[in-house]
Design a binder for this molecule. Structure first.
Ligand code: DGL
Length: 258
């Protein structure tokens, strides 16, 4: 099936580029439009109603740009708004949720840690999924402050190290063998996290799984791009400096209010 329209990807900010990157690697021929709603980041502390309204605003911008499929590259937006998006728009949506399943199924200690936003950990969708793994102890930790530091470009600051140590040490003490990164911003913290965690603790994020799911939905419903036009487009509604640097200045970024 052919469909030369772009894939839309959005996040509360720059973190969803970790998901975008997995999609772009698996599907390099697809044209993508990435939306960083940095003006409104972080979403993690907002109410469900606010997250639904912001997600709809982002979807409408992507639909005006003829997207054939939308990836909600944000755990907070997925766990709070994907039901409303699927109900209100006639287009396939792919969401991301913390990867509890592979962690719980492979854990030897049957203790796993999840670092995510408050909005994700408090959501009904997350709690329903977590309930399915009664045999596993899930240590939940809100990553207060992490998204803001990433949005401000302070990935390697002493403050970041201090926050990460305070969130991860109790998990290490509780004998976790898997750490699930339940926020699309957090893969950018993997080098810093690895310095804190003992080597035997595995880190899991959802990027590759979302990319494979995107490929399946293109195959089954939305169609693949067959045109040579596949340059990615990035939009951000605040200063573009940090987004550009996280993309290693490889792609143009458009600053635009949306
Ligand atoms: N990157 C987002 C997530 O995956 C949201 C972070 C935030 O805006 O709080 O949850």
């Amino acid at each position: 099936m052919t469909n030369n329209n772009p894939i839309g990807v959005f996040d509360s900010g720059i973190g969803g580029t970790s998901i975008w990157s997995a999609i772009h690697t698996l599907l390099p021929n697809e044209k993508t439009i990435y939306l960083a709603d940095s003006k409104n980041a972080p979403y993690g502390q907002k109410s469900k109603e606010e997250i639904v309204a912001l997600s709809k605003k982002n979807v409408e911008f992507l639909l005006e740009n003829n997207c054939k499929l939308i990836v909600v590259a944000c755990n907070t937006a997925t766990t709070n708004a994907i039901f409303e998006l699927r109900r209100d728009y006639n287009i396939p949506f792919i969401g991301i949720e913390p990867a509890i399943k592979p962690a719980a199924n492979n854990s030897k200690t049957q203790v796993i840690g999840i670092l995510a936003t408050k909005g994700t950990l408090n959501s009904e969708l997350f709690n329903k999924t977590a309930e399915m793994f009664q045999h596993t102890t899930i240590i939940e930790q809100v990553g207060y402050g992490l998204v803001q530091l990433i949005e401000d470009g302070n990935l390697y600051s002493p403050e970041m190290t201090q926050l990460l140590e305070s969130y991860l040490q109790p998990m290490i003490d509780a004998n976790i063998d898997y750490l699930v990164l339940g926020c699309s911003h957090y893969p950018y913290l993997i080098p810093q996290i690895k310095k804190i965690l003992p080597e035997h603790i595995q880190i899991i994020d959802s990027g590759e799984a979302v990319a494979r799911q995107t490929q399946n939905v293109l195959r089954e419903k939305a169609g693949f791009n067959e045109s040579p036009d596949n340059d990615p487009v990035f939009y951000v509604n605040s200063d573009s400096t940090v987004l550009k640097s996280i993309l290693e200045n490889k792609y143009p970024v458009i600053e635009k209010d949306f």
